[in-house]
Design a protein around this ligand. Structure first.
Ligand SMILES: Cc1cc2nc3c(=O)[nH]c(=O)nc-3n(C[C@H](O)[C@H](O)[C@H](O)COP(=O)(O)OP(=O)(O)OC[C@H]3O[C@@H](n4cnc5c(N)ncnc54)[C@H](O)[C@@H]3O)c2cc1C
Length: 379
């Protein structure tokens, strides 16, 4: 067991940190107020291969593996979690195509997730269901050698960007759930106005309307009736991205709390002299370090797993622990800030609105705990 980062890992981590601080940092206010990421930042992320770090080189990725991916995502999210959300969903869907796609699907679609001007979306959630796949209502009606898709998908990240989208829908004849891959903005595809999210600004979130979208039968991903399994595996990989994002946001909250503890004085001395503040600092450190190693370990597990379905339990457990701990750390950091912590002028107030998203997305904590317990008890 070696807790040292390799040279390559340090390089990618350093490059992501430098880009985040120099290029994204100065634009954060604009990103938050407009809820858009400027094109030049997306292009810069592309230059650094951050749209496709774990994606195989043959399809335009960097093939740098999941540990490097986590290290880079943590640094991007430390400065702006919303930017990292765009990358996370893109990487999750690209990975799904890489695992389940035919060679033709991989060649056609994966490169679109590496370019920076197009991005993948992954559409499971609907107005009637987020946690329970069995309630899926979008339909796919077979019509000769085509399918006709209808339905509404809720809260779909990147859906206003051009590029591919993976859609889960129920086949009307057989009732089985399939994953379909198609181009956004094809005939019958449209999106709602953006949702006005309270945090993770920058990552566009819309509902997707599918109205008689006609696609060839060869656009089924991973075979007929494989929808639920694809959903499970892809979401397990997605949780690597989500854990890294909220690890990065947690680090930012920790750093802000620490800085404030040292800079803010009472009677001419830093508040860090108070034992209560020292305990808060120790708590933030312990929480961040435990989450950091748990997330890095998940990257290593994902990298080594031949069948990515083997990481279901660990990815869910990591995602629950990291996202909930990020809320704890932000709360502790706010406490250190006193009333200044709830002022918009202080970054911790924005981070609070970001970290609160973690336990709500890509599987709420309650249900993921049921999944983790199920995996443990099954053995
Ligand atoms: C920023 C953001 C980005 C997103 N991006 C995407 C995306 O790109 N693609 C996509 O498909 N979705 C996306 N989503 C949707 C998100 O993943 C879902 O909203 C989430 O999984 C929760 O679903 P829900 O909101 O319908 O909650 P519900 O399923 O309605 O759950 C509500 C509450 O009920 C509890 N609950 C529900 N069922 C059970 C049960 N059986 N047992 C115990 N408790 C239960 C849950 O734990 C939760 O506390 C995004 C959401 C956000 C906020």
């Amino acid at each position: 067991m070696d807790f040292q980062l390799t040279k390559e890992e340090q390089l990618i981590q350093g490059a992501a940190r430098e880009f985040a601080e120099k290029e994204i940092g100065p634009a954060v206010e604009e990103i938050v107020s407009s809820n858009r990421v400027p094109e030049e930042i997306l292009a810069g992320l592309r230059e650094l291969d951050l749209f496709a770090l774990p994606v195989p080189e043959v399809y335009g990725g960097a093939e740098a593996g999941y540990v490097c991916y986590i290290l880079a995502m943590e640094q991007i999210a430390r400065v702006c979690p919303g930017v990292a959300v765009i990358l996370s969903v893109n990487n999750l869907a690209a990975a799904a195509v890489n695992i389940f796609g035919t060679e033709e699907q991989k060649k056609r679609y994966i490169p679109q997730g590496t370019r920076g001007d197009t991005a993948f979306s992954f559409a499971f959630t609907e107005p009637g269901t987020g946690s329970d796949p069995k309630q899926l209502a979008a339909t796919a009606k077979k019509d000769g050698d085509h399918y006709v898709l209808n339905g509404t998908k809720r809260f779909i990240t990147n859906s206003s960007y051009r590029g591919p989208i993976i859609v889960f829908a129920r086949e009307t004849e057989t009732d089985q759930v399939n994953a379909f891959i198609l181009d956004k903005f094809c005939e019958g595809y449209s999106v709602s106005e953006p949702w006005n999210k309270m945090g993770v600004k920058g990552a566009p979130l819309h509902d997707v309307y599918l109205r008689d979208v006609r696609i060839p039968a060869e656009n089924v991903l991973g075979g007929l009736g494989k929808g639920f399994w694809i959903l499970k595996v892809a979401m397990a990989l997605g949780k690597i991205g989500i854990s890294s994002i909220f690890l990065g946001a947690m680090l930012a909250a920790y750093e802000d709390g620490l800085r404030y503890a040292v800079e803010k004085t009472h009677r001419g001395e830093p508040i860090a002299k108070f034992q209560a503040i020292q305990m808060a600092v120790a708590d933030m450190f312990m929480k961040y370090e435990s989450c950091r190693w748990m997330t890095y370990r998940l990257g290593s597990l994902a990298e080594r797993a031949k069948d990515k379905g083997d990481i279901l339990k660990d990815s869910a457990a990591t995602k629950i622990f990291v996202t909930e701990t990020a809320v704890d750390v932000a709360r502790i950091s706010m406490g250190i800030h006193g009333s200044y912590g709830v002022m918009e002028d202080y970054r911790i107030s924005r981070l609070w609105k970001d970290v609160i998203f973690g336990p709500q997305v890509e599987g709420v904590s309650h249900l993921l705990k049921v999944l983790v317990a199920g995996e443990i008890l099954r053995k």
